[in-house]
Ligand binder design. Sequence first.
Ligand code: FBP
Length: 264
Amino acid sequence: MVNIQHKINELLTNNKALFLALDQGLEHGPKDFNLTTINPEYVFNLARDEKFNAIILQKGLAIRYHENYRYKIPLILKLNGKTGLGHREPYSPQICSVKKAVKLGADAVGYTIYFGSPYEPEMFKEFSKIEEEAHDYGLPVVLWAYPRGSGVEESSTDTLAYAARASLELGADFIKIKYNGDSEGYKWIVKSSGNSKLFAAGGEKKDVKDFLSDVYNVMKAGASGVAIGRNVWQSEHPLKISDAVKAIVFGNKTVEQALKLIKK
Ligand code: FBP
């Protein structure tokens, strides 16, 4: 395996990072957007101006929009995806190759595994191949570790810790995992991810103070940062929210201190 530590470090600021997710258009459809945010360039400009450590895209937006931002915003390219239509057991097939990601200038590749889904074996096979190819190219791998499927306790601390440990065992460099509101239990989830870097996912837009408290709690639990989308670009004050999140993630500020940046 090529030594990829320098590529991992390039995506970090003082060993931490803030990633901006814009892959929701495939996962959720246009309902997440309004007349302003539906234009991908609105979010690209935000990522550039606020110096996010990377933007997360599916290949379509990477092909059609990222070229103009190529040396301005690092790219994490998702290699699998699905829609939210219908009621199926969760499976997110691979829709982009590592080779294509390299051609598109990706700085890392991403893949979602729904741990516990009946399709877990298929996702393991796809991810394992991606992990080996990506590491051969010197690209870090980000694993969306989402326990999901009938019979899976998606938000239990034990299940999330299992997903974090499984992601480490599978070779993920970065692990993106939801925060379940258990600030003490999240420490165990972070520990379970070993020396992979654990990032908390954002979720639906919520009250600003609650959102910043979540960011604070995951950082206190030892996370390396957050990989978020809707709570930033659905906000009427996306620049201020980004500054507030940065103050907590990189500046070790409290929620109250971060809130002051928004009220300014
Ligand atoms: P948000 O911060 O907007 O939730 O984005 C994080 C993310 O993981 C995206 O990368 C992804 O599209 C979405 O959430 C998936 O959410 P879910 O599978 O829970 O609908």
